[in-house]
Design a protein around this ligand. Structure first.
Ligand code: FMN
Length: 182
């Protein structure tokens, strides 16, 4: 059965290495009949979580802050799979992705026990080096604690400039990860 996939792309570079992984993944997922909605977060007005614990009152617009997260919430709600895509910035995800991700807490606030909706997830990353360990630790914690199940990760190191990723095997891996979903 085809799945609904939401991609949160935290790179600021539309033609960068992370976006190339997203494109390959999306092509693969589409070829297997899945539907993919990508949000290019850097183009959106998404502020950081205020920690007000005042969300969760309206499931369609669960956060107390009103901004472009309201475009993401309905797609997130329907999604079977959440793809987190980000360049490695100082051994972690980009600020764009972190801001959006924290704001998903407002969805958990809709549940009296702060339970997150059950999803599958995937991680796509690009970096100049290969220091993915800290982000993988975070991703592992995420899986364990919010109850998501990872369907795969594609980590592409040794890419710095736009275009460096061309010809790298990770593009094929991202395509195959997408194609494996059904
Ligand atoms: C603010 C900033 C921080 C970065 N920190 C790291 C880092 O900690 N480790 C690393 O290997 N690369 C780091 N990089 C390099 C990027 O991860 C690399 O250029 C990546 O390919 C960018 O992906 P993009 O093309 O999707 O923007 C950093 C780049 C920037 C702009």
């Amino acid at each position: 059965m085809s799945k609904k996939i939401i991609v949160l792309n935290g790179s600021p570079r539309k033609k960068g290495n992370t976006s190339a992984l997203v494109k390959a993944f999306t092509e693969g997922a589409g070829s297997a009949g899945n539907s993919v909605t990508e949000f290019f977060l850097d183009d959106m007005n998404i502020r950081g979580c205020k920690g007000c614990f005042g969300g969760g009152k309206n499931p369609d617009s669960p956060c107390a802050q009103k901004d472009d997260m309201d475009k993401i919430y309905p797609v997130y709600k329907e999604a079977d799979i959440v793809v987190l895509a980000t360049p490695l910035y100082y051994w972690t995800m980009s600020g764009q992705l972190k801001c959006a991700f924290d704001r998903l807490f407002a969805v958990a606030e809709c549940d009296p026990n702060y339970r997150n909706p059950k999803k599958e997830c995937a991680l796509l990353m690009a970096a100049e080096g290969n220091g993915f360990e800290e982000t993988l630790y975070w991703y592992d914690r995420l899986e364990k604690h919010i109850g998501w199940k990872s369907i795969g990760k594609v980590l592409c190191g040794d890419v710095m400039a736009v275009g460096d990723i061309e010809g790298k095997k990770e593009l094929k891996e991202a395509y195959e990860l997408g194609r494996s979903i059904n």
